[in-house]
Design a protein around this ligand. Structure first.
Ligand code: GRF
Length: 190
């Protein structure tokens, strides 16, 4: 399976997926790491692994559809079959959604439909709920609304701080995302 990963920041999820592929736990190849942020740490992570990178921002284009047309062109050139979003902080537009139906996957740091949006961990912490979690889902045109593939709960203990909760969520993400990708790729290859 030819995979493109989209990421805007740190890239710890990208890293665990790339590591799982290197260990042959996932049957796939990351043929492209795309970032909309030229300063993102994920770019240097990919370069270290010898994974091809591309980076440009919607600001470099006259409008969002031209930006996405450029992305689509790049994906077609690389014959990408699956898009994995790993901290990509933008909505996916109609051209990409149409080109990749049920082939764009995202990870979100809450138990969707609870706490969608940019601050899933903080919002759950501030709401004072006893549990939150991690969701892997397909992308649709809404914000964190697509069909859910897998979820895992994370308990919020009374002594948890926002930082300790973030740590627990990321540990869960790093276990769940590679495991789910492994399964999905197997299913799609059949
Ligand atoms: C993760 O918490 C993910 O759930 C969210 O963005 C964060 C990305 O972290 N969509 P990283 O860049 O993979 O470290």
């Amino acid at each position: 399976m030819r995979i493109a990963v989209f990421a805007s920041g740190n890239g710890s999820n990208f890293q665990v997926i790339a590591d799982a592929i290197n260990k042959q736990e996932i049957e796939g190849e990351i043929v492209l790491l795309f970032s909309d942020n030229r300063q993102a740490k994920v770019l240097s992570r990919a370069e270290k692994l010898g994974i091809p990178t591309q980076s440009f921002s919607p600001k470099d284009f006259s409008d969002k559809s031209t930006y996405e047309a450029e992305i689509l062109h790049m994906l077609e050139e690389k014959e990408v079959e699956l898009i994995v979003l790993a901290g990509y902080m933008r909505l996916i537009g109609p051209a990409l959604l149409e080109a990749y139906p049920e082939r764009i996957i995202n990870i979100h740091p809450s138990l969707l439909p609870a706490f969608p949006g940019l601050h899933g961990i903080r919002d759950a912490y501030e709401a004072g709920v006893a549990e939150t979690g991690v969701t892997v889902h397909y992308i649709d045109k809404g914000i964190d609304t697509g069909p859910i593939i897998a979820q895992e709960k994370v308990l919020i203990a009374p002594e948890d701080t926002l930082e300790s909760l973030e740590e627990k969520i990321h540990q869960t993400e790093h276990r769940l995302y590679p495991a789910v990708l492994k399964r999905i790729i197997k299913e799609k290859e059949q």
